[in-house]
Design a protein around this ligand. Structure first.
Ligand code: URA
Ligand code: SF4
Length: 223
């Protein structure tokens, strides 16, 4: 028997196009249904190294959806997005801008943690274009179900996935962008980039700029 035939059959994976999660999207998706389907996704190799699929989390019909890059070490263990150090920084930013984390929906462009060993630590690795493309149907389905008024891309990976390879966060951060087929879009830096600032002073400045972007967002949601 060929190896393919002795592999246990995974419901929903039959006929799946290699390199895309599209065939796994349920016909009549709900958020819990999507999450359950994503839990068994093998559309790219990251399922092999990630502990679990880290699906989006938050208010089902949130006005604002935040999209990060991919789960980190902590998220991979806990199974929820932005619960590690970057998540704490996001929480600080939201609080400073007067946005309630319980009122938003938070997800990632890629739903498994990509890492390589470095000593005893697991070192974050950027997802590549094929992995981002493979995972995209989950994000599109989340956007279609949550129907946020505004989607905020946190960092270049999310921004380039949703706004195109030419998008530059450094030049266009904080702007509201209209694109056909998408909710109103905005991009800002990834909270991890603030954590990586070389010294306290630049970290403080970067945090202020992040909070300024989030305040523009808060104003837009209210208005
Ligand atoms: N960084 C991300 O992009 N997403 C997370 O969920 C955590 C860290
Ligand atoms: Fe599927 Fe995305 Fe995980 Fe790849 S990263 S296996 S596409 S859920």
């Amino acid at each position: 028997m060929s190896p393919a035939r002795i592999r246990p059959s995974l419901p929903g994976l039959a006929g799946a196009e290699p390199g895309s999660a599209q065939a796994l999207i349920p016909d009549q998706p709900t958020l819990p249904g999507l999450q359950a389907a994503a839990a068994r996704c093998q559309a790219c190799d990251l399922y092999k190294t990630g502990t679990q699929t880290v699906f989006g989390d938050g208010t089902p019909h949130a006005k604002v959806m935040f999209v990060g890059e991919q789960p980190g070490d902590r998220e991979d263990i806990e199974g929820k997005p932005f619960v590690g150090p970057a998540g704490r920084l996001l929480d600080d930013g939201l609080r400073a801008a007067g946005i309630d984390r319980n009122q938003v929906y938070i997800t990632n462009a890629v739903k498994h943690f990509k890492w390589k060993p470095q000593g005893k630590r697991r070192l974050h690795q950027k997802p590549n274009a094929a992995e981002i493309t493979a995972c995209r149907p989950w994000l599109d389905a989340e956007i279609a179900l949550v129907k946020p008024h505004i989607v905020v891309c946190l960092g270049a990976t999310a921004a380039q996935a949703l706004l195109g390879r030419d998008f530059r966060v450094t030049l266009q951060r904080g702007q509201f962008i209209e694109r056909p087929g998408l909710p109103l879009m905005m991009a800002t830096v990834h909270p991890s980039s603030i954590l990586r600032a070389p010294d306290d002073e630049s970290r403080e400045l970067e945090m202020q700029a992040f909070v300024a972007d989030l305040k523009r967002l808060a104003k837009r949601i209210e208005g």
